[in-house]
Structure formats: C-alpha cells, structure tokens
Design a protein around this ligand. Sequence first.
Ligand code: COD
Ligand code: ATP
Length: 276
Amino acid sequence: MRLVGLTGGIATGKSTVSHFLAAHQVPIVDADLIARDIVRPGEVAFHAICDAFGPAVLDADGSINRQRLGALVFGNADQRRKLNSITHPYIRIEMLKSVLRHFMAGARLCVLDTPLLFEAGLHRWVHAVVVVYCPDGLQKERLVQRDGLSPLQAQLRIDSQMPIERKKAMAHFVIDNSSSLTRTRTQVDDLIDQLMPSRWLAGAIWGLLLLPASSLYLLLVVFQRIDRWRRLGFFGRGLRPAGIASNAGIRNPGLSIVNPDLQMHSLAPAAGPNGF
Ligand SMILES: CC(C)(COP(=O)(O)OP(=O)(O)OC[C@H]1O[C@@H](n2cnc3c(N)ncnc32)[C@H](O)[C@@H]1O)[C@@H](O)C(=O)NCCC(=O)NCCS
Ligand SMILES: Nc1ncnc2c1ncn2[C@@H]1O[C@H](COP(=O)(O)OP(=O)(O)OP(=O)(O)O)[C@@H](O)[C@H]1O
C-alpha cells in the first residue's frame, strides 16, 4: 500500500480534494475527524484537556466548547503547544490504527488528510506529500466565508500554521485549488494515475507485511485497552483521570458536569495534599 500525506493550509481545500479522492474509492484517514473523536467526554484526551485548560473550555453539558478552546489556542503559541502535546500522541495512534486497518483490508493507496502534516513531522512517514494550494488572500477569504470568522480571527488561524507558500515548496505534488472545482477534480484524477501502485506490487507488499501489520494492530488495541483500564483505576487505586486531579476547578461542586465518567471518579478516595 502506498501512503500519501495530503496537507495544505486551513481552508485551502483539503476536504474538497479528499472528497474527490474518495470518489475513486481511495481510503482517507482524516486527522480532523480523529481529533474530534478523542476529545469527546470520556475519551482519552478529554480529561487531560480539562486538567490543562480548566472549566472555562467546557459547555454546560460537560463537553468541550470548541469555539472557546479555539479562541484560547489560535493566537497563543504556548497554549497551542499545550493542546497539541495532549492531542497529537492520541491522534497519531488512531491514525496508525486506521492506516493498518486499510492495509489489512487490501487498499493499494491510503491518504492521510492532515492539516499539520509538516508541523507534526508526519511527512517523514509517507511515500509522497500532496499540498492543496491556494494563495493566502484567497485562503483567508474562503475561511471567513465558510466559518463566519472576522478577518482578524481568520488571520490568527492562518498564522498558527506553517505558511502555505513554504508547504508548497516542500511538496512532492501540488494541487492548485485557486480556480474552479472542475479544474481541481481533473488534477486529482491525474494524481491518482501517478500515485496508484500496480496490483502486483501492492499484492506482494501486502503478502509480505500482513502478519507484522496485524500483530502491530493487535498490540495497539491491547495497549489502548490496558491504558483505559489503568485510567479508570481497574488496577488498584490506579490513575485518577487528569481532569479530576487538578485544582483547575473541575471538582467545583457548583459546576454542572453530566459526564458519567467524571461523576464516577469524583467519588474516588480523597486526593493527597497536592491533589493527586
Ligand atoms: C482548537 C480546536 C478545538 C478548534 O476546533 P474547531 O472545531 O474550531 O476547528 P477544527 O477542529 O474543525 O479545525 C479546523 C482547522 O483548524 C486548523 N487547526 C486545528 N488545530 C490546529 C492546531 N493545533 N494548530 C494549527 N491549526 C490547527 C486545521 O487546519 C483544521 O483543519 C480543534 O481544532 C483542536 O482540538 N485542535 C487540536 C488538535 C489538532 O491538532 N487538530 C488538527 C489535526 S492534526
Ligand atoms: N475550488 C474552489 N472554488 C471555490 N470554493 C472552494 C474551492 N475549493 C474549496 N472551496 C471552499 O473553500 C472552503 C474551504 O475548503 P475545505 O473545507 O475543503 O478546506 P480545508 O482545507 O479542508 O479546510 P480545514 O483546514 O478547515 O479542514 C469551503 O467552504 C469550500 O467549499
């Protein structure tokens, strides 16, 4: 299977290109979707985010308010680094699991749709990098229009990433998405012709790597299950979920948190003097 990294700047058109790729039955591993899954209440990164950012980033129903967390991290490099250091390890593991699943299912090509491919160093792990490009003026215009942001908010998001011109210079392939969707689709069709490995090559690699790939997949699943049990305290006292251990206000009895995972742990034995 050939692994391709698809990246670009925010709102330069990665999802648009992914959509065209998916129409060719190419499997897509979407880092933004994974990033959303792992921060749902009770999921792996949720407690760590509560711990690091406090109750200000929670909604009344106990879920993370993405708009507020976004306002904190876009425009503040330290806060962004803090959020990335929590989420990125989990995103990487989920991406790897997803890649392995597509490999085991016999996919010949798999695309990692990852806005921060270069920033996170993931470009080193793929066969080729495709950058979806449009000039930054147009990027900002599309971002403002799509997300209803002010020009300043849009600029802060754009400035949180490596400049699109630099990404373009580092790409193996560039898809210019600054004109019509039809032109973009034509470029995607050409790209697939160039990137799709032959059946015999993909089949030979599949035969060779199926056993190690499935073993690695199984290991990751077991590792994650044990980690979850450990965090839930199934091994003796265990580790308290991060959000509860802090003095960031999560234990404030006046705060309405309906996540059962959190409630269960708020009944855990009293913490030591430093909260642990
Ligand atoms: C900050 C958050 C809460 C904002 O959520 P929101 O729903 O407003 O945006 P969404 O998740 O749809 O992301 C939109 C775009 O913002 C850009 N973006 C997201 N996170 C980051 C980041 N940490 N640094 C730079 N750009 C980012 C990407 O281009 C992404 O496509 C959210 O993006 C998040 O949890 N980010 C951290 C995880 C991450 O790095 N995600 C990117 C995938 S690797
Ligand atoms: N060729 C095009 N012509 C006009 N509008 C476009 C074109 N390509 C994308 N758009 C619009 O630009 C916006 C951004 O595109 P898209 O959502 O695909 O970007 P993205 O890179 O996936 O964004 P993000 O980084 O936030 O995930 C969308 O509203 C989309 O409809």
